[in-house]
Design a protein around this ligand. Sequence first.
Ligand SMILES: Nc1ncnc2c1ncn2[C@@H]1O[C@H](COP(=O)(O)OP(=O)(O)OP(=O)(O)O)[C@@H](O)[C@H]1O
Ligand SMILES: [Mg+2]
Length: 496
Amino acid sequence: MEKKVYQTIDYPFTVGNAPEGKEAVLSIRNLSISFKTDNGMVHAVRGVAFDLYKGETLCIVGESGSGKSVTSKTIMGILAANAHIDNGSVTYEGEDLTKIGEADFHRIRGTKIGMIFQDPLSSLNPIMKIGKQITEVMIINGDHLKHKFNDVISEALITYNNDKRLLEIAKEELKFVKKNKKSTPEQKEAAKKAYLEEKARLEPIIKADKVALKDKKKEARKVVKEFKAEIVKRHRELRAPILKKMFSKGGIAEYKNFISERRRYVSELRVTHKEAKMRALKIMKEVGIPDPERRYKQYPFEFSGGMRQRIVIAIALTADPDILICDEPTTALDVTIQAQILELINKLKAARNMSVIFITHDLGVVANMADRVAVMYAGKIVEYGTANDVFYDPRHPYTWALLSSIPDVDSKERLEAIPGTPPNMLFPPKGDAFALRSKYALGIDFRVEPKMYQISETHYCASWLLDQRAPEAEMPKIVSTRIENSLRKAGVHDGK
Ligand SMILES: Nc1ncnc2c1ncn2[C@@H]1O[C@H](COP(=O)(O)OP(=O)(O)OP(=O)(O)O)[C@@H](O)[C@H]1O
Ligand SMILES: [Mg+2]
C-alpha cells in the first residue's frame, strides 16, 4: 500500500486552523523557558504551542519533568526566580502575558485565570479558618470603583503596552544579529537599517498611544467620580427620610433601617464581608461541601484531602475565572475521591462555560475529561488532537508508550512500563528526544527534529514515522488491541 502523504505545519508558530466554530481563549506560541542552575541552563520548555478553546478542556499529558508545570506556571506568571523566558508568547484577551508587569498581572492572575495544584494543603493557610480564606480573595478583588477605572482604560493600556513591546522585539532582533558570530557585516547593516525603520515607524505610534492612554485615564477618573457621586446621591436620598424619623419621637426603631441602608451603600462601592460570606457559602455548596455553614468556621486540618481540594477549587472560583488550570489536582488523592474531583471539575466547566487546562501524567485520568489532548515529552508537545484522535488513532511512539502503560481492567494484558528514564534537560537530546527510549527510532530521529505533520483537521504529530520516506510502523499490539476492544464496546464495529 502506498504510504500516505501528510502536510507539515509551521509549528510552533502556528497550531493549524481552529476547528470550525471554535474560539481560542488562550494562545501559546513558540514558548521556551529555561532555568539557570549551578550545573548550567535547564531547558524545561522548548517551543511549545497550543490553543485553548472556549468551554473546552485541554489535557496536557506527559511524564514527570516533561515541562507541564513550568508551562502552566508561565501562564499564571508564577515562575521561579531563576526562570528565564527565552522566547514565545502567551496571548490572553489581546495581551501577551509573558510581557506584562507585576501590577497588570494581578488584573488577570487569580481573577480571569485561576489555578489549583496537586497538593491542596500547600495552597491553604493552616492557621486561618476556611471561610476567611475564601472571602479574603473576594474582598481584595472587590473594589467596584477600581474595576470601573480599569474597564475604561484597559483597551488603551493594552495597545500602548503591545506597541512598546513591538519596539523591544525589534531591538532584541538587532541585538541577536549583532551578537551572532555567524552574522556577516552586510547582515548586521541590514538588521540595523530594519531596526531604525521600525523605530521610526513605531515611535510616533507609541507617543500617540501614550497620549491616548493619558486621556483615557482622565476619562476613567471622571467616570469613576460620576459613578461614585451617583451612588452617594442615592444613598443620601434614601437616608434622609430615615434620619428624619430617627430624630423624631420613638425614632430609635429606625436605627435598623439606617444600618441596612449604610450596608447597601457600601456594597455598591465594594464587596462587603457579609456579601463575601454569602457568596462563599454558595460556592462551597457548588463544589460539594456538605453543611457549609459549619465548615465555614473550621480550619484546613479538619478537612479530608478531597474536601481540601474542593476548598481550593472554591477559592479559584470566587473570581469567576474564564480559565481554570488544574495541575495534577488529584494525584495526592485516593481513587474514589479522585473520580469525584474529576467529576466536579467537569460539572463546573459545563455550568460556568469555563475553559480548563488539565495537567496529568496519567492518560487514564484524561479519558473522561478531555476535549483535546496534548502529549508532552522533554519540553515539547509531540502530538495533539481531540481526545478521540489521541486515544483511537495515536501516532507518536511516545503516545503509544503512554497508552500501553494505562492499566486495563478488562484485558489480562500486562502493564508495560516505558523503558529508560526521561532525558536530562541540561542537555536535551537532539532530534526526536524520545528516540533514545524508542524501538521505533529511525536514524534521522537522533539528528534532526521532526516537523509537525498534519494528520487531520484536528490531529497533529511530530514524528519522522509520518514522513513519506519512513518505513511503515505498526503501533504496539497492546495498544491496537485495546483500541479495537474499546471501539467494539462503544458499538463501533468498523475499526477505521
Ligand atoms: N526552579 C527550577 N530550577 C531548575 N530547574 C527547574 C525548576 N523548575 C523546574 N525545573 C526543571 O524543569 C523541568 C520541567 O519541570 P516541570 O515541573 O514542568 O515538570 P512536570 O512535567 O510538571 O513534571 P511532574 O509530573 O513531576 O510535575 C524539569 O527538568 C525540572 O527539573
Ligand atoms: Mg508538575
